[in-house]
Design a protein around this ligand. Structure first.
Ligand SMILES: Nc1nc2c(c(=O)[nH]1)N[C@H]1C(S)=C(S)[C@@H](COP(=O)(O)O)O[C@H]1N2
Ligand SMILES: [Mo]
Length: 412
């Protein structure tokens, strides 16, 4: 079993084995006496800084993982390196069906037309003068964790490679309701078709009512202007909804009375169910969680050591209410500690102190959101969808810790 009363329950010797000053460390090494040698950089002036800061050169390996999926590049967030709920902008996952377009922000225009009283055009300068709101929200591709859904055996990959098509940022922009109300909606208005300015014109139909409640034309990400990868200079943002409706490089919103059944929504984003039925316009991303530490291909170096199990949970339907963690393959579950802030449709960090005894262990996390929805096991998820369906995979992610401390992807 494992200790679960918080770090205070851990014995002095068990607690991380930090080097004690002037004495001996838990591991028995003699520690150097205090202040006999100053840190070497103190002996000379420091170096120059950069106009735009970069991570330490030693952290340059912390990068997005690139793979080709269904013919287009997918860049995945290295979630196994993320501690905290905000994904650095340069590590935000990205899916480009037709590459990253080069857009001149001075010439880019957003057109709002269709079933409106007055069609409107917004250039960037005009949009930047509107009142804006800021919201912290995750963004997840409908196809995130597709390999776990499809591969008959669990692939030995890092968490980022397995489930890194999800990130969390602070998004700042103009509520869509301001723009739609300014244009004036006709009585028959029910849907909005949103189109990107990239080659291939990625487009989706969205229910007007939801856009009025929650939609945003996002202009800023984590306090700076959107990155080209995220849709510079403007994108549609719908909190909690599948990634593909968050149209990047947004240039057109057409108000209609019915969905357009665009190529993207009829093909890629329609799920086939096990009973032969289909699931169309399944916009919400369901509750999901992953243990980020320890996770796939990481290694625990010290048997009988203290480890903090730590991870991220999110739900497209609201706040995270609880996360339960199992270290014995799902036989017993313990509530993890949720760390503030626990925000609506955002990453929530959870932790649980754990004493690894050097045995094989199976770690799992299961999140529940404020609507009481919880994560299925993989077998339950597979029963619901047809064999080759992979969108909206939110089953419990399990990791096996081998006796040598190596951590591997595991199907539960
Ligand atoms: N114009 C346009 N918008 C797009 C896409 C695209 O290829 N073109 N990809 C979509 C998909 S499939 C996803 S998952 C999200 C990903 O957003 P991100 O690249 O900012 O993470 O953008 C969506 N918006
Ligand atoms: Mo996506």
């Amino acid at each position: 079993m494992f200790s679960n009363g918080g770090p205070k329950q851990l014995g002095r010797r068990e607690f991380l084995g930090a080097l004690a000053v002037g004495g001996a460390s838990a591991a028995g090494q003699a520690a150097p006496p205090l202040a006999t040698s100053l840190p070497e950089p103190m002996a000379r002036p420091g170096g120059a800084d950069l106009a735009y800061g970069l991570p330490a050169p030693e952290e340059a390996h912390v990068e997005r993982a690139l793979s080709m999926t269904a013919g287009f590049p997918v860049w995945r967030t290295p979630l196994q390196r993320q501690r905290g709920v905000i994904t650095p902008s340069g590590l935000h996952f990205a899916v480009h069906h037709n590459g990253v377009p080069e857009i001149d922000p001075r010439r880019h225009v957003l057109l709002l037309h269709g079933l409106v009283n007055q069609p409107l055009r917004f250039d960037l300068e005009r949009l930047l003068r509107y009142p804006m709101v800021s919201r912290v929200h995750f963004l997840e591709c409908a196809g995130n964790s597709a390999a776990n859904a499809l591969s008959p055996t669990a692939l030995d990959q890092t968490l980022g490679e397995i489930a890194g098509e999800v990130s969390c940022s602070e998004w700042t922009g103009v509520p869509l309701s301001y723009l739609l109300r300014e244009a004036g909606l006709k009585d028959t208005a029910q849907w909005v078709v949103a189109e990107g300015a990239d080659g291939g014109s990625h487009s989706r139909s969205l229910p007007l009512k939801a856009l009025l409640e929650d939609g945003m034309v996002a202009l800023f990400q984590n306090g700076e202007r959107l990155r080209p990868s995220q849709g510079y200079p403007m994108r549609l943002f719908m909190p909690g909804w599948e990634g593909n409706v968050n149209i990047k490089w947004l240039h057109r919103l057409e108000v209609t009375d019915a969905p357009a059944y665009t190529k993207d929504e009829s093909g890629l984003y329609t799920q086939v169910l096990a009973d032969g039925g289909i699931e169309r316009f399944a916009f919400h991303m369901e509750v999901k969680s992953v243990i980020t530490h320890p996770s796939g291909q990481q290694r625990l170096h010290e048997p009988h050591g203290f480890y903090e199990i730590s991870g991220l949970a999110w739900s497209g339907r609201g706040r995270i209410a609880r996360v339960d963690v199992s270290v014995d393959g799902g036989r017993s579950w313990t509530p993890a500690q949720l760390h503030a802030p626990v925000l609506d449709r955002a990453f929530t960090r959870f932790t649980l102190p754990w004493q690894w005894r050097g045995h094989r262990a199976e770690l799992m996390s299961r999140a529940t959101d404020e609507q009481g929805r919880t994560q299925p096991l993989r077998s339950e998820w597979k029963r619901r969808y047809a064999m080759h369906s992979f969108n909206h995979y939110n089953a419990v992610q399990a990791w096996r810790v081998q006796v040598d401390g190596r951590v591997e992807n595991l199907y539960a």
